[in-house]
Ligand binder design. Structure first.
Ligand SMILES: [Zn+2]
Length: 317
């Protein structure tokens, strides 16, 4: 279906956000107030190269624009890996993506659609989403953590994402001091070795010889399995320590946690709060711990929020 503009009713102006994950790509259309109007979820052709992955985003967007007649103002993309948010290129991608490192994401989208596009790391986009429209809406300072296959982190300081001189600020999953277990990155004792979904499954298998997913460990813990409870307890204590290190270093005391593992909130929250209570931040200011609210939309909504911020800044310039 094609919609001709100017057919009598005023056009609705919308923003788009895309979350390009290793398995699925989520595309949303939202209002200027970041209310999601519609969404599609498509398989990511991660082995087929950057052009194919952006082709999936564009295909999803066309579907949405057919369903929600409107005028697109801009597109934000959140993608895993190290990205250059300034040039809109992917710098470093994991092995599961082919032809993605070096790919000019925003230029390809702008050429196809004729609207401005912006690129962010997915964890940064997650936190921007939760600050813009989620659990920590309106906060000036927040730490964001995603507990998924790995552990991601991002810092929101003074109302903006903190990138750091090498783009790695907030990378909390790979700070050391959490034991001696080998990490996926080749280091040892990183937070990720205790708190990621993959690690929760591995630590449980070490204790019991039983191989299951993090979700399986959570189900066992809910059933009273002491090994499963202990694995979640160790994850929660490690997360609390990472929160306290952050609070001690940069005085950020509001924390939002998302990602698949955070679905086991009733198992994670008590050990995190217990460890936080035992060692309160030196500022004396209590930690505010929140579970992410946007669920699977967080990265895409955060990416759309980046586009909104940039477009508004462009209008003022
Ligand atoms: Zn690591």
């Amino acid at each position: 279906m094609t919609v001709s503009p100017g057919a009598g009713r005023p056009e609705r102006v919308v923003l788009a956000g895309a979350d390009i994950g290793g398995t699925t790509t989520q595309v949303v259309l939202c209002t200027d107030g970041l209310t999601v109007l519609d969404r599609v979820e498509l398989p990511t052709p991660a082995a087929a190269g950057g052009q194919a992955m952006i082709g999936t985003v564009l295909g999803g967007l066309r579907t949405l624009l057919d369903r929600v007649p409107s005028r697109l103002a801009g597109v934000g993309v959140g993608a895993a890996g190290v990205v250059d948010a300034g040039t809109g290129r992917v710098l470093v991608a994991s092995d599961s993506f082919s032809g993605w490192a070096g790919f000019a994401v925003t230029a390809t989208i702008e050429e196809a659609l004729g609207v401005p596009a912006f690129l962010d790391n997915d964890v940064n986009a997650f936190l921007r989403g939760e600050v813009s429209k989620g659990a920590v809406e309106g906060e000036r300072h927040a730490l964001g953590m995603t507990l998924g296959t790995g552990v991601g982190g991002a810092l929101w300081m003074d109302g903006a994402l903190l990138d750091g001189p090498h783009g790695a600020a907030g990378e909390i999953g790979h700070i050391p001091g959490f034991g001696d277990i080998l990490c996926t990155c080749g280091g040892r004792g990183h937070l990720e070795t205790l708190a990621s979904g993959r690690s929760i499954a591995a630590r449980y298998a070490e204790r019991t010889g039983r191989h299951t997913s993090a979700r399986g460990v959570a189900a066992a813990a809910e059933g009273g399995d002491p090994d499963a409870v202990a694995v979640f307890g160790a994850a929660g204590a490690a997360i609390a320590r990472a929160i306290l290190i952050t609070a001690g270093m940069v005085d950020v005391t509001t924390v939002v946690i998302g990602g698949g593992v955070s679905r086991a909130w009733s198992l994670l929250r008590p050990p995190i709060l217990g460890a936080l209570a035992a060692e309160p931040p030196v500022s004396g200011h209590p930690i505010r711990l929140l579970r992410a609210r946007l669920g699977g939309d967080a990265v895409a909504v955060g990416a759309a929020s980046r586009a909104r911020t940039e477009l508004r800044a462009g209008c003022r310039a």
